[in-house]
Design a binder for this molecule. Structure first.
Ligand SMILES: CC(C)(COP(=O)(O)OP(=O)(O)OC[C@H]1O[C@@H](n2cnc3c(N)ncnc32)[C@H](O)[C@@H]1OP(=O)(O)O)[C@@H](O)C(=O)NCCC(=O)NCCS
Length: 153
């Protein structure tokens, strides 16, 4: 959580889980639990979220990921993200995806690059949910167009 403004206590974490469940109920997709067969039933999440706040690139669907530390460094986030893009552009028929993080989050940016996303420098933005003046306010914006990927399986 180093690149997020705060960590979450149990009540806040439960509230996030409920909000994400409502996202699935409303849209039929969301941040899926990442199961690694034979390793763990829950390594974290990789999935899709509607951008629900006021930013210049909204409306948009974000692809995002968050894995528990023991599961970093094995390619799991990238493998799952590739599956998610195929689902987004195939079954869901979305025209494109965005992803964003703070400039210093090199691991997250590396996943974006590995799945073919492009950094749109002119669209970098100040995150509206991070207080003005906060060191984590500036975000880099990446995009992936459905037309930039091959046919889905
Ligand atoms: C962002 C995050 C999911 C990236 O995790 P990650 O493990 O670096 O990414 P991947 O799962 O794609 O793994 C890539 C690494 O596995 C290695 N790897 C091993 N086998 C691999 C394979 N078959 N395919 C791809 N990579 C493989 C890669 O070389 C790379 O190694 P590195 O650690 O030397 O860079 C993770 O750092 C995280 O959860 N961070 C905290 C939450 C966060 O910041 N989320 C994003 C907020 S916007």
């Amino acid at each position: 959580m180093r690149y997020f403004p705060t960590t979450l206590d149990r009540a806040q974490s439960d509230a996030v889980a409920e909000r994400l469940q409502r996202h699935f109920d409303t849209h039929g997709y969301g941040p899926w639990a990442l199961e690694i067969p034979g390793v763990t039933p829950f390594a974290g999440f990789v999935g899709l979220m509607r951008v629900g706040y006021d930013v210049p690139f909204a409306p948009a669907v974000e692809i995002g990921w968050r894995l528990a530390r023991p599961f970093w460094g094995a390619g799991y986030a990238t493998e799952a993200a590739r599956s998610v893009t195929q689902f987004a552009f195939g079954a869901l028929g979305l025209p494109g995806l965005v992803s964003f993080t703070v400039p210093a989050n090199a691991r997250s940016r590396a996943v974006m690059t590995r799945i073919g996303m492009q950094h749109c420098v002119g669209e970098d933005f100040m995150h509206p949910l991070v207080p003005p003046g906060h060191r984590l306010r500036r975000h880099v914006l990446y995009r992936l167009a459905a037309s930039a990927t091959g046919p889905s399986e």
